[in-house]
Design a protein around this ligand. Structure first.
Ligand code: MRU
Length: 349
């Protein structure tokens, strides 16, 4: 791993559109981290689909921003509305759970009435708006959520809900960064996040890069740390939140919420309004992505299970609203979490 003496701002951005309507998309390739900082240059819709599917870009808000720029490329290529709509559906099929993906693609699509250069320009303007709004939402989540962190806290986070997962400073980690900016002393535990190790590869890298006191643990160690009173607060991100607050997030989140409830630990979710799916009354309708069994049997190329073993590999789980103390959004904190409070906060401003 490279020495972490660079300021976070010296790192390449997670997502960048280079140039104007004839430009291209650049992604900080998260498959290479923490070993190498590599930039992926994309100028095809297939390339953007593949980058999302293979987690070169991942995290709900970041997927939405990348797919929006993918629509600029699609608008450049399409010579008819049916072809553009097909490209939009194709991009939306890259991953099923994070609703930001569908939300962002639909938002860009809604600006286009017929293909052509003006449509490409409008698609780029809308994508840039989505990206800028996401960055602003991250900062607002940080401001609203910072008071959740108290001096001396041990904080646990899962997967990566930081700048690598968004178009800005993060969701759960935006709160951490803002609390640090306010001078609050705390330490963060990062779950490794089996099987793809986003916590180990990405969150540990990102937190060290930002100079945060971070300790890496295996997923299975969280309950023990709670029993030892080393964790007072769990903060995670979200991939889709139903109208009643039920939350889909990286597999293992539900176990953390149960462990937190058993130990009197505060369990909070941080997410922008673009992660809410109010068309679903509760979480039972959220599609849960199942990924390649090889991620478990031969993760990162090393065979760790007998050939032919049956595997179940859901990438997300569902945490019921009753286990969530608060959801931090850019519009304020939802607590307690239920259909009325979700609606009231999302309708505010
Ligand atoms: O499979 P991933 O890496 O895309 O899963 C990401 C998560 O589960 C994050 O916690 C979530 O998207 C929060 S984004 C700020």
């Amino acid at each position: 791993m490279e020495p972490s003496n660079k300021s976070p701002s010296a790192r390449p951005p997670t997502i960048a559109w280079i140039g104007e309507a004839d430009g291209h998309l650049e992604l900080l390739d998260q498959r290479s981290l923490p070993e190498r900082v590599e930039i992926l240059r994309l100028d095809t819709v297939e390339g953007v689909w593949s980058a999302i599917q293979t987690l070169a870009v991942r995290g709900a808000p970041a997927i939405g921003c990348a797919a929006a720029y993918g629509m600029v490329i699609a608008a450049r290529r399409a010579d008819s509305m049916p072809k553009l709509k097909a490209a939009a559906e194709y991009l939306k099929s890259s991953r099923p759970t994070a609703v930001n993906l569908m939300w962002a693609v639909d938002r860009v699509m809604s600006t286009i009435k017929e293909p052509g250069t003006p449509a490409v320009i409008r698609a780029l303007e809308e994508s840039r708006r989505i990206h800028a709004e996401d960055a602003a939402m991250c900062d607002a989540i940080g401001r609203h959520g910072a008071p959740l962190i108290h001096a001396g806290d041990g904080i646990l986070t899962h997967c990566n809900a930081g700048r690598l997962a968004t178009g800005g400073s993060g969701t759960a980690l935006a709160i951490v960064y803002e609390a640090r900016r306010r001078g609050v002393p705390f330490k963060v535990y990062a779950d490794e996040t089996r099987p793809l190790l986003q916590g180990a590869r990405l969150t540990a890298w990102e937190l060290m890069d930002a100079g945060i006191d971070a300790t890496l643990i295996c997923d299975s160690m969280a309950a023990m740390l709670m029993a030892q009173k080393k964790i007072r607060l769990v903060i995670v991100g979200a991939d889709r939140i139903a109208a009643n607050g039920d939350t889909a997030n990286k597999i293992g989140t539900y176990s953390l919420a149960i462990a937190a409830a058993a130990h009197g630990v505060t369990f909070a979710v941080a997410a922008p309004s673009s992660t809410f799916d109010l068309s679903l009354a509760d979480g039972s309708g959220i599609p849960i992505e199942e990924r390649d069994p090889a991620e478990i049997t031969a993760g990162f190329g090393r065979v760790t299970a007998p050939p032919g073993v049956k595997v179940f590999n859901p990438a997300f789980d569902l945490t019921p609203a009753r286990l969530i103390h608060s959801i931090v959004t850019e519009r304020g904190i939802i607590t307690p979490v239920n259909t009325q409070t979700v609606r009231a906060t999302l309708n505010s401003q």
